[in-house]
Design a protein around this ligand. Structure first.
Ligand SMILES: Cc1ncc(C[n+]2csc(CCOP(=O)(O)OP(=O)(O)O)c2C)c(N)n1
Ligand SMILES: [Mg+2]
Length: 422
């Protein structure tokens, strides 16, 4: 029918789609020389009361403070004291060592799953330093640095990873999906994107209660393609929610590169413009830039000036998780070629340039963190490792999920017990 009604249009081009492809695949030599990286200190810092439109240029560039010589330059320099910088450096070293040991624990069969944040340590740890202790985070699985920076016990994290007798969550959550209200760390959700509407909802509730605490939402580059990202942004904009909304653009979503989430067409920070929210794009491997940007956004939120979207530009230096093998989809040398460097090395160089650090002190901190992680691991393993956890108490699976167990689950529980399915 349609063919008969429609005139033939031989001159029109055949319609086609664009399917983004990453620049480099295994076997290629990665070359980031075409990446536009502004000089440190070259990006202006707007007034807190700047309109979202005035911040638009900041969504296309990169806020950077640390230059190639480890000097802090420009208007975004937060001028932190050396003790604060040393604490951030130590926390980053600790997270990296923690990640390495837990990764190894998974390979040794002590747990089923682990996720590292290697190369991205500066983002969560520095954000924790820039926020107030009682601000609330809605993190993804790559913000373990928030807990560590806020002094959460490593033993408790490990017990959760081992789902052992010390696991406060009683094995209800996948390993690494921590939860601790007292440390302002909302339960990690395996479902991507939930963090934005939840953070915005919490921030709105804080305002409705007349409280002064703000919320911080976290999402990955890949997860910005989820509807939840846009729902969160809409509510944040409409109600001026006191929230800081962070996109960690580590350029990969498992094996999908960021172009699949739209990065070829616009930066993730530029998404903010359409919502009338300021968007900042920040060098995520530069502790000073991260600190300053989070403080700027947090101060806006605290002053009832509304939410800010921050894109932290970084690179996922290792696999997505212990279940992933990135050599199948990207060159192994890509992390080394990444021009924004390693956040730990950059902060170390800065402290050395200030005359506040040296290689010996760095090595001493590394050894101290290593000992701290090993001793926590020993403690945690006394309470068991994952494969030792029996299934001898099958009915406990139904505890603490609902305030009152619904009839259908009660039926399943009774059936499982009766059948002795343990
Ligand atoms: C709604 C939903 N879709 C898909 C998945 C499967 N999944 C888990 S992690 C992941 C990649 C997420 O990438 P990104 O948002 O960039 O975060 P990153 O892992 O890089 O930190 C995917 C697709 C999921 N957990 N939830
Ligand atoms: Mg990602």
């Amino acid at each position: 029918m349609r063919d008969k009604e429609q005139p033939k249009r031989p001159n029109r081009p055949k319609l086609s789609l664009h399917v983004p492809e990453p620049s480099f695949r295994p076997g290629d030599t990665p070359d980031f020389s075409s990446l536009e990286i502004p000089d440190a200190g070259s990006v202006p810092k707007p007034d807190l009361t700047a309109s979202p439109a005035e911040t638009e240029p900041l969504a296309k560039t990169l806020v950077r403070v640390l230059d190639d010589d480890g000097k802090a330059v420009g208007p975004w320099d937060p001028k932190l004291d050396a003790d604060t910088l040393r604490k951030i450096l130590r926390d980053m070293v600790l997270v990296r060592i923690f990640d390495d040991r837990m990764y190894r624990a998974q390979r040794q069969g002590k747990t089923s799953f682990y996720m590292k944040c290697t190369g991205e340590e500066a983002i969560a740890i520095t954000t924790a330093a820039a926020l107030d202790r009682d601000d609330m985070n809605f993190p993804t699985y790559r913000q373990q640095g928030l807990l560590i920076a806020r002094g959460y016990p490593l033993v408790e994290m490990m017990c959760q990873i081992y789902s052992n007798k010390g696991d406060k969550l009683q094995g209800r959550q996948l390993p690494i999906m921590y939860s601790d209200k007292a440390h302002g760390f909302f339960t990690i959700s395996g479902n991507l994107g939930t963090q934005f509407p939840q953070a915005v909802g919490w921030a709105m509730a804080s305002a409705i209660k007349g409280d002064s605490r703000i919320a911080v939402g976290w999402i990955g580059d890949g997860a910005t393609a989820e509807g939840d990202f846009h729902a969160g942004m809409t509510f944040a904009s409409v109600y001026n929610a006191p929230a800081v909304l962070c996109v960690v653009n580590n350029q990969w979503a498992i094996s999908s590169f960021s172009g699949i989430a739209g990065a070829e067409k616009a930066t993730f920070a530029q998404r903010a413009t359409g919502y009338g929210i300021p968007g900042l794009r920040v060098d995520g491997n530069d502790v000073l830039a991260v600190y300053s940007a989070v403080r700027w956004a947090a101060d806006r939120a605290r002053s009832n000036l509304g939410a800010t979207l921050i894109e932290f530009f970084t690179y996922r230096a290792e696999g997505h998780s212990t279940s992933d093998d990135p050599s199948g989809y990207r060159p192994a040398s890509e992390a080394k070629a990444w021009p924004l460097g390693d956040p730990i090395e950059r902060l170390k160089a800065h402290l050395i340039a200030l005359g506040e650090w040296d290689d010996e002190r760095h090595e001493a901190v590394r050894a101290e963190c290593d000992a701290q992680v090993r001793s926590a691991q020993k403690e945690a393993e006394k309470l068991g490792i994952l494969p030792e956890q029996g299934r001898d108490n099958v009915e406990s699976m139904f505890d603490d999920v609902y305030a009152e167990v619904p009839w259908n689950l009660a039926e399943q529980r009774d059936q499982a017990v009766a059948e002795g399915r343990d």
